[in-house]
Design a protein around this ligand. Structure first.
Ligand SMILES: CC(C)(COP(=O)(O)OP(=O)(O)OC[C@H]1O[C@@H](n2cnc3c(N)ncnc32)[C@H](O)[C@@H]1OP(=O)(O)O)[C@@H](O)C(=O)NCCC(=O)NCCS
Length: 159
């Protein structure tokens, strides 16, 4: 997984129980995941279609360092799925503990907010995606008539 961003839990981030508010950490995950998806897709127009079940494993107190990681899970015609995890990091012990994880589906949309084809292909099963601007953005119906070809040297760049 790739480290996407690091946050510190501030007093302004906690809820009535004195620990990090769930909605706040979800916003952090959403923002980090969206930026990650946009980067992979080569477009700023990625919208959230689906968020999986979220399980909060442990509470987070003010002052905690939160590392947010992500990895590409799958790629479709207009959508991609990203796995995102938040870990609480203790730099003194050099240890991290899982706080929560989720999967999000993002859809690439055009200027009118309609789904449009991703402009690149990716390796299967979460390896690093490569942008190959072979397919111009367009209506899904147009794009789906065409085949998505894997990048010729994809195996050489897998990580
Ligand atoms: C995103 C949106 C344009 C998609 O419209 P849609 O009618 O569902 O589009 P489609 O049916 O063509 O599906 C588009 C993609 O989403 C996927 N998808 C649709 N419903 C899904 C679901 N419930 N779960 C996972 N993926 C789903 C489809 O499989 C397709 O992916 P593919 O092209 O890679 O195969 C529309 O639902 C929307 O505008 N939603 C609101 C987005 C938003 O405001 N998000 C919150 C703030 S960012």
């Amino acid at each position: 997984m790739k480290l996407l961003t690091t946050r510190i839990c501030m007093y302004s981030d906690v809820g009535v129980h004195g620990s990090l508010f769930g909605g706040t950490i979800l916003a952090w995950l959403g923002e980090a995941g969206t930026a990650f998806a946009c980067e992979h897709c080569g477009s700023p127009r990625m919208v959230t279609k689906r968020i999986s079940e979220v399980v909060f494993e442990r509470s987070v107190k003010p002052g905690a360092i939160i590392q947010i990681y992500g990895k590409l899970v799958s790629v479709g015609t207009t959508s991609l799925s990203v796995h995102i995890e938040a870990h609480s990091r203790d730099p003194e012990a050099d240890r991290e503990e899982l706080v929560c994880k989720l999967e999000t589906v993002f859809v690439h949309v055009d200027g009118q907010g309609e789904p449009c084809a991703l402009r690149w292909t990716a390796h299967k099963h979460g390896a690093r995606a490569r942008r190959v601007a072979l397919v111009a953005p367009g209506p899904v119906s147009t794009f789906r008539a065409a085949r998505i070809h894997p990048a010729p040297d994809s195996s050489a760049t897998a990580s």
